[in-house]
Design a protein around this ligand. Sequence first.
Ligand SMILES: Nc1ncnc2c1ncn2[C@@H]1O[C@H](COP(=O)(O)OP(=O)(O)O)[C@@H](O)[C@H]1O
Ligand SMILES: [Mg+2]
Length: 212
Amino acid sequence: MIVAFLNQKGGVGKTTLALHLAGAWSARGRRVLVVDADPQASALDWADQRLREGLPRLFGVLGLARETLHKELPDLARETDHLIIDGPPRVAGIARSALLAADLVLIPAQPSPFDGWASSEMLRLLDEARIFRPELRARMLLNRCAARTVIARETAEALADQDPPMLASRVGQRVAFADAARTGRLASESETGQMATRDIEALADELDGLAQ
Ligand SMILES: Nc1ncnc2c1ncn2[C@@H]1O[C@H](COP(=O)(O)OP(=O)(O)O)[C@@H](O)[C@H]1O
Ligand SMILES: [Mg+2]
């Protein structure tokens, strides 16, 4: 299955969630490849940081920030159980190509009443892709949720009936996620990462359920 983390907005958690989901799936014995489709290459930086720290390789990270993803990924996907695309902000050409390659699109969003979902560029790209690929599945994923805040609840309520539907799993605002980029570690490898790891395990469970 090809899963693409996409959102034209930067800083919503595409890279963090792509890497952590990859870690959770590879810990379950799956063959996982992360395709870094962001010209800023933060997933590749994370993999480099791991190498420098002498940490073991958990899954492959391949840099492919180009508009030909949809032609190149099917071959790569055959060698894996899960190919995860870490999408770029802004670059619509690459996002379009990822939308042609993906089986499932995950759109991370932060709980905010001001996010203006309905009019977002991302949803427009998704609608456009569905003209050619009506079977393309997409889900919103709330990231950086503070525990039970009014804003998170209101955002969830406001988005509840929308298309794409929202995953039941939410990912909390956790220091262990914020540390990951700098340390090259996943939350599951950090002493303070239990809550973050629980969030990701629940996400992986829900996605495994979707894939069946
Ligand atoms: N759930 C979270 N809890 C805490 N920090 C987070 C969380 N998700 C993302 N971050 C932090 O937010 C910043 C942006 O996340 P990132 O994954 O790079 O977003 P994107 O790839 O969409 O630009 C990073 O510094 C990351 O560590
Ligand atoms: Mg990123």
